[in-house]
Design a protein. Sequence first.
Length: 122
Amino acid sequence: MVRLGMDAHWRGSMVVARALRDAGMEVIYGGNQMPRNIVRMAIQEDVDIIGLSSLSGNHMMLAPEVVKLLKKEKVHDIKVVFGGTVPPDDVPKLKKAGIVEVFGPGSSLRKIISCIESLKNN
């Protein structure tokens, strides 16, 4: 789980990271990172899923860049999910760019956990 760019909104990502950990998942919290570092860390740590978080409006530029860099590195088995403030019109664009799920404000922790468990098993 990482916050994209210099996003200073940390509370939501910490709440989700703790909920995933409490659900029995191993969570690596990377803090604030840019796409290249996110991909490098994900490959080194052999993660199944990258969880991105942002409330600063940079999601249309930085989140798809993570997917592009994974493809460039020929990594096709790491899925990317996104949580944060996303205008409804941007959700289909993010999914078209390769983000497998988008969680907006108010998404229940139960829904997020269930989605992550499902993605890990597929």
